[in-house]
Ligand binder design. Structure first.
Ligand SMILES: Nc1ncnc2c1ncn2[C@@H]1O[C@H](COP(=O)(O)OP(=O)(O)OP(=O)(O)O)[C@@H](O)[C@H]1O
Ligand SMILES: [Mg+2]
Length: 390
């Protein structure tokens, strides 16, 4: 069993340049720069956790602290119920896969994969069995006699993963393992990792800055910014109920649209949102959440995803805008519209269209949205006003 528990984990780098507040959004104290702070997470046995966030947010630092490659400045780390803060990396029963494959160029693929087991003085037959099993799982059996330079990037990354799983570690850590691969191969390898995950009994902690990877791989996703956790949840939870503007903008492609809007109450006391001359009553679920948080009328930031905007009917009141760019994606068109003094992206499914005229640049369009799909954020703090208050 390998649950991994991080309690108030923190990392301080005593960096003098940064201490002076240069080029950093991170908090700076007398000790140094807070690269990670208040990191609290309970990872279940065999769970697949993804840490995601923009460059410099502290993902690798967190992973390296779990691995034992980086000292923990504060807080507690438990693996399988045992405190690990001061346990050396080699005794943590963890394996790590890096972005650079870090294979030994002079060794065959077989020897690369066998290497960590030889270090552990495992009997030859057992080593052979494990290497062949891992190679089979990863589909690289036919390359075992080759050297790394005779393999493609994707094949090399498989070998690196193979070398990590032969040890049958309790926890498998991966830091951007696919980011050196081209887009097509990355998609393929993503699917491979999902299959791998079903074949081996390991807890996964996976780091990426790519929201698509996070959404497709994670049982739960941890979204980080400037060394702090912004939200932890399943892909569905963070997509449907983003905790704040940052998460809302980070998860989902193309990005959610944001508008300065007004939250109002209808004469029957129901919450509605007003943008230009459009007045949309919110869904029952949203009514309940806003009422529970005793949210008052007033200016808010409204968020609507591009796939949740629709072209307005003739009878419908609508937000008017002008098409600036029209991107044909095959089954859909992504329209970039200038409206409400900002840029809006709307996805129009082509099968929903009864016209074939298309959307020439400069064309006037009217659009609206449904009260189920409106996200309401505080104009001051950026917090989702529906969020259950701590
Ligand atoms: N050895 C160090 N000394 C001082 N600051 C450091 C050190 N290593 C990392 N940092 C800082 O800590 C912060 C977090 O770095 P980290 O490598 O964890 O980010 P990341 O989320 O993995 O980013 P990326 O997506 O670019 O890999 C960054 O601001 C970085 O500049
Ligand atoms: Mg990193």
């Amino acid at each position: 069993m390998a649950e991994v528990v991080l309690k108030h984990i923190k990392k301080v780098y005593p960096d003098l340049d940064l201490k002076k507040g240069k080029n950093t959004n991170l908090k700076v104290t007398d000790e140094g720069v807070l690269a990670v702070q208040d990191f609290d997470l309970d990872i279940k046995d065999k769970e697949f956790i993804v840490l995601v966030g923009p460059s410099g947010c502290g993902k690798s630092t967190t992973l390296r602290m779990v691995a034992g490659l980086e000292e923990i400045s504060g807080g507690e780390l438990y693996i399988g119920g045992e405190q690990m803060n001061d346990v050396p990396a080699k005794d943590r029963d963890i394996a790590m896969v890096f972005q650079s494959y870090a294979l030994y160029p002079h060794m065959t693929i077989y020897d690369n994969m066998a290497f960590p087991l030889k270090l552990r003085k495992m009997p030859k037959e057992e080593i052979d069995k494990r290497v062949r099993e891992a190679a089979e799982i990863l589909g690289i059996t036919q390359y075992l006699k080759r050297k790394p330079k005779q393999l493609s990037g994707g094949q090399r990354q498989r070998v690196a993963i193979g070398r990590a799983i032969v040890r049958e570690p309790k926890v498998l850590l991966m830091d951007e393992p696919l980011s050196n691969l081209d887009a097509k191969l990355r998609n393929q390898m993503r699917a491979e990792i999902i299959k791998l995950r079903n074949k081996i009994n390991t807890t996964f902690i996976y780091v990426t800055h790519d929201q698509t990877e996070a959404m497709t791989l994670g049982d739960r996703i941890v979204i980080m910014k400037d060394g702090e956790i912004q939200q932890i949840g399943t892909p569905q939870e963070v997509f449907n109920h983003p905790a704040n503007l940052f998460v809302a903008g980070f998860i989902g492609v193309p990005q959610m649209n944001f508008y300065d809007a007004e939250l109002v109450k209808d004469s029957d006391g129901k919450y509605a949102v007003e943008l230009e001359n459009v007045h949309v009553t919110l869904s029952d679920e949203k009514q309940e959440n806003l009422a529970r948080n005793q949210i008052k009328e007033g200016p808010v930031t409204l968020g609507v995803r591009p796939e949740h905007l629709h072209l307005a009917d003739k009878a419908e009141t609508k937000i008017s805008g002008t098409v600036e760019v029209s991107e044909m994606m095959g089954s859909a068109v992504h329209l970039h519209i200038r409206a409400c003094g900002t840029d809006t992206i709307m996805i129009v499914q082509l099968m929903d269209l009864d016209e074939t005229a298309g959307f020439p640049i400069g064309r006037e369009v009217g659009f609206s949205f449904n009260g189920k799909t409106a996200h309401i954020f505080s104009r001051e703090t950026g917090e989702n006003l529906e969020k259950v208050q701590a």
